[in-house]
Each structure stands twice: as structure tokens, then as C-alpha cells.
Write a protein that binds this ligand. Structure first.
Ligand SMILES: *Cc1c(COP(=O)(O)O)cnc(C)c1O
Length: 482
């Protein structure tokens, strides 16, 4: 493990027991030294008052010095970057003063190119976040919609090879998408869905070896694997490189749902040889609820070869629309579909410029640093969170511990999020206390809370404060239960 950690990392889940690290001053000193700390100012952090406000209208008593909430929920919905308003204002202005000519007329002071080219600007900004070239990614559609488009292209079942391997506890939307794709081919999902189930339901982590074995066991009948880069419930970060290589060695295509990984860990989708991937931009990428999503198609699948139009040539089959058509000839309207090479050739409709403006505003911030830098801070931030949580009376017997951490303790196997499994009967009380202290985390019933400090806008001091409030909430909830 990196020697950059502020406290000496000894082995999984254990840190040097240094009394200093439990003090607020220590957290504050870490913030002082944090080279990324200025990014927090790029975001609107809701105040505690804001969270209880009944009306949207701006009122006079609003005070920038009001205490802020502790927002550890960027895994679910990232906070609003301040510059979104500037991008959206420009969009409204361009549309207002140019009408349809806004599609083609550039402005000297514009943050984005004319409407017709905003998608290319989007891919350029997005590529560095996932370790891809701009031609391998597209900002488009929505996550589940894009999964359907990608499956339509990459899931080409035959009578021998028709199964899809996924996790038994997949995010419901992914499960439904796969199930319905299988049915769409008139295949029975109960036969064709190979579900990888956790060995321990209490701590539902999937070991890499287990995944590789399921691939081996189904290699002759499976066509495709679809897994999450980071699991939404446990926060487990899968070994994308190793699993991808293994799937390929057995002749399977593999796609990754990176909803919880993009903007969180430093993905290298191209180098890891991933076939395709999809994600949304409203979690760690902070582009607003339901924001336009993103997808990745590896360069080798995006080729367009019109000299070879026979079976298996030309380009990978797909569900097409005019925005995927070659840019030079798109407006000739001759109804002969020739896709743009790369991920752009998977686009269907012309993008919502309103929506893409918010995504671009957020991506611009990511482009001022790098995922490697953000990941470095994230490892420290989440490591510090774990360190403080494990200090809940260190001498308490296991049955007296109000929670366990189900996220892997190896920092290489997780992103920003820690999932805490509470003892039965504590969740409601704990949430009530967190809420009354202006702490925003999310819950997965019956007993899990997910805590995700985001390296772009969260601080070590917030981690420290959160732990004070949370550990006290646990003590009170234990008392109330007795
Ligand atoms: C957040 C999330 C979704 C949500 O899908 P939308 O199409 O954006 O509504 C789907 N799958 C996973 C794994 C997610 O984490």
C-alpha cells in the first residue's frame, strides 16, 4: 500500500494505533495538506437549514456562514457544481439569440461548441475519467437505455452460446435489462441467466476466484458477462482487468456497469481491454438527477470498414439512429446508414444540449485534476473513515459492536464508499440522529447505511465529525433498543 497514507497502514483494516489520529486537529491538519482542497469551493454544499427548508424561494435570512451539512451521499446523487449555472445560462442564451442557427454558429465566448457538435465536446471531456480515447466514449441517453443499446449489439445468442453471466444481487435495472433482452430473443431467462450468488449473505462479497470459476463452468454455453465495476450495495471494486482477461480467454465478451465506479476510481477501460461499459453521470460525476449518461465501446468494436460489407464485416450490428450516422453525410438524408467509427456510432438521437451542458460543466472540473489524483485522496479519506469507525470501543465484544463494515477492507477492492451493516433494530434511531445533525447518507433497508466521502468536495474534518455523530448515534440507538 502507498506510503502516502497519513497513518501507517499495517494490514487490511488495521492502522497504527496512534491517539493523535483520533483528534479533530489531526483531521484539520490533513485538510491543510490536501492539494485538492480548493475543489470543495466549486460546489454548492447545502446548509443544515437548507435541508429543512419548505420552500425553494431564496429568502433573506440565508447566510453563507450557516453551518453546512455533512454530505456523504455522492454515491447516490452528487452535489451541484457552481459552474452548471453558467453553462446552462449560455445554452439558454444561445438558443434565445440564434434559434436554429445555434446548431452551427460558434460564439467567441462560448464554453461549448455549437449545438450540433456538443456531443464531440462531451466525449473529449469524458474520456480521461474512464481511461479511454475520446472516440471510445459517448455522452448519451440514460444508463439502462444504453445497456439495452449495448446488449442489442453485443448479445448475439446462438443455440450453443446464449447465456449471460451476472451477479445474483445485481442492481434491479441491470437485472431487468438482461432478463428482457434474453426474452427478446425468445430464450428462457431461467435457463439463460447465470447468477453469481455471494457465499455469505451477511457479507455479500464476490471473490474474484469465484467469478472466474463461474466463467469456467459456463464457458461453453455463455455468450456474455455483465458485472458492476463497483457493487452499489457492498461498495466492492471488482478486479476488472483480471476478470476481463479471463472472460476473453474463454471466448466470452464482457461489459461493465460503471455507475458506481466512474468519477470514483481511476478506470482504465481501454488498457483493461473491456469490450463495452455504461454508466450514469449523476452519482460521483455530479451532473444532476437523471443526467445524460455515458458509454464505452472498445476501439476494436467501433471500426467501420465499408470495403468488407459481407457477413461479420463492415461494422458491429446495432440499433441505429441518425445521430450515430457519419457526421460528414448525416444531413444528406439518403437513408443508407453508415455509422461514425467508435462509440459515437452508437448514438441514436440528437443530444439534449440542456442536459449535456450540466454534464460538461461537471466534467470540466474533473479535467482540472486527474482520476489518479482524486483516487489518491479518496484512498486516504475513506481509509481515515474506516480507521475512526474501527475505533468504536476497540475492546468491545463482537456482540456489543453496533455495526460491521461489509465493504472489503483492502483499499484496492473498494472505492469511496463504506457500507455499514447495523445490528437489527438500530437503523431508524441512527438515521434519525444523523438527520437531526445535518448528516446525509443513504440507507438500504433493512440494516445497511452507505457512507461515501467524495474526494472532490468532502474533507477529513467532515469524516472526523461524521464519526463523532455516528458513533454517538450508535450508542444511543443501542440504549434505546434495550
Ligand atoms: C444507479 C444505477 C442504475 C440506474 O439506472 P438509470 O437508468 O440511470 O435509472 C442502474 N444500474 C446501476 C448498477 C446503478 O448503480
Amino acid at each position: 500500500m502507498s506510503s502516502q497514507l497519513p497513518f501507517r497502514y499495517i494490514k487490511s483494516g488495521h492502522y497504527e494505533d496512534d491517539a493523535r489520529t483520533y483528534k479533530r486537529e489531526y483531521a484539520e491538519a490533513l485538510d491543510e495538506k490536501d492539494p485538492l482542497r480548493h475543489f470543495r469551493d466549486y460546489f454548492i454544499i447545502p446548509s443544515k437549514k437548507d435541508l429543512t427548508r419548505k420552500q425553494l424561494a431564496v429568502t433573506e435570512e440565508e447566510d453563507p456562514s450557516d453551518p453546512r451539512c455533512i454530505y456523504f451521499c455522492g454515491n447516490s446523487l452528487g452535489l451541484q457544481p457552481r459552474n452548471v449555472r453558467r453553462y446552462i445560462d449560455q445554452y439558454l442564451r444561445a438558443w434565445a439569440i440564434k434559434g436554429v442557427t445555434g446548431h452551427f454558429v460558434p460564439h467567441e465566448d462560448a464554453l461549448l461548441p455549437p449545438f450540433v457538435d456538443v456531443d464531440s465536446a462531451g466525449s473529449k471531456l469524458l474520456a480521461p475519467l474512464v481511461g479511454a480515447s475520446p472516440s471510445e466514449v459517448a455522452v448519451m441517453g440514460t444508463l439502462t437505455g444504453n445497456l439495452h443499446l449495448l446488449l442489442a449489439s453485443f448479445y448475439r445468442p446462438t443455440t450453443e452460446k446464449y447465456k449471460i453471466i451476472l451477479e445474483g444481487k445485481a442492481f434491479p435495472s441491470d437485472h431487468y435489462a438482461i432478463e428482457s433482452q434474453i426474452r427478446h430473443h425468445n430464450i428462457d431467462p431461467s435457463d439463460a441467466m447465470v447468477l453469481i450468488e455471494p457465499e455469505d449473505p451477511e457479507k455479500p462479497i464476490l471473490r474474484t476466484e469465484q467469478i472466474l470459476k463461474v466463467i469456467d463452468d459456463n464457458a461453453s454455453s455463455a455468450a456474455l458477462v455483465l458485472l458492476p465495476g463497483i457493487q452499489y450495495y457492498t461498495g466492492q471494486y471488482f478486479d476488472i482487468k483480471k476478470i476481463t482477461a479471463h472472460a476473453h480467454s474463454k471466448g466470452l465478451l464482457i461489459g461493465w456497469d460503471c455507475a458506481h465506479a466512474v468519477g470514483n476510481v481511476d478506470l482504465q477501460l481501454h488498457d483493461w481491454d473491456v469490450d463495452f461499459a455504461a454508466w450514469c453521470h449523476y452519482k460521483y460525476v455530479n451532473s444532476g438527477p437523471g443526467a445524460m449518461a455515458g458509454l464505452f465501446v472498445h476501439e476494436r468494436h467501433g471500426k467501420v470498414d465499408l470495403r468488407n460489407t459481407g457477413e461479420g464485416g463492415a461494422f458491429r450490428p446495432r440499433l441505429a439512429g441518425w445521430w450515430g450516422h457519419d457526421k460528414e453525410t448525416r444531413f444528406i438524408m439518403d437513408n443508407k446508414f453508415v455509422p461514425q467509427p467508435g462509440a459515437a456510432g452508437y448514438q441514436v438521437s440528437n443530444p439534449s444540449v440542456l442536459d449535456l451542458s450540466a454534464v460538461a460543466a461537471s466534467l470540466e472540473i474533473f479535467n482540472q485534476t486527474s482520476m489518479a489524483e482524486l483516487r489518491k485522496k479518496s484512498l486516504e479519506l475513506t481509509g481515515y473513515l474506516e480507521h475512526l469507525l474501527l475505533n468504536y470501543p476497540p475492546d468491545a465484544a463482537p456482540e456489543d459492536k453496533p455495526f460491521t463494515i461489509i465493504t472489503p477492507s483492502n483499499p484496492e477492492e473498494r472505492g469511496a464508499q463504506l457500507s455499514l451493516l447495523l445490528q437489527p433494530g438500530l437503523l431508524d434511531k441512527v438515521l434519525e440522529i444523523l438527520q437531526s445533525n445535518g448528516v446525509v447518507v443513504d440507507e438500504r433497508k433493512p440494516n445497511v447505511i452507505r457512507v461515501a466521502p467524495a474526494p472532490l468536495y468532502n474533507t477529513f474534518t467532515e469524516v472526523w465529525e461524521f464519526c463523532q455523530i455516528f458513533l454517538q448515534a450508535c450508542r444511543e440507538a443501542l440504549k434505546a433498543r434495550k
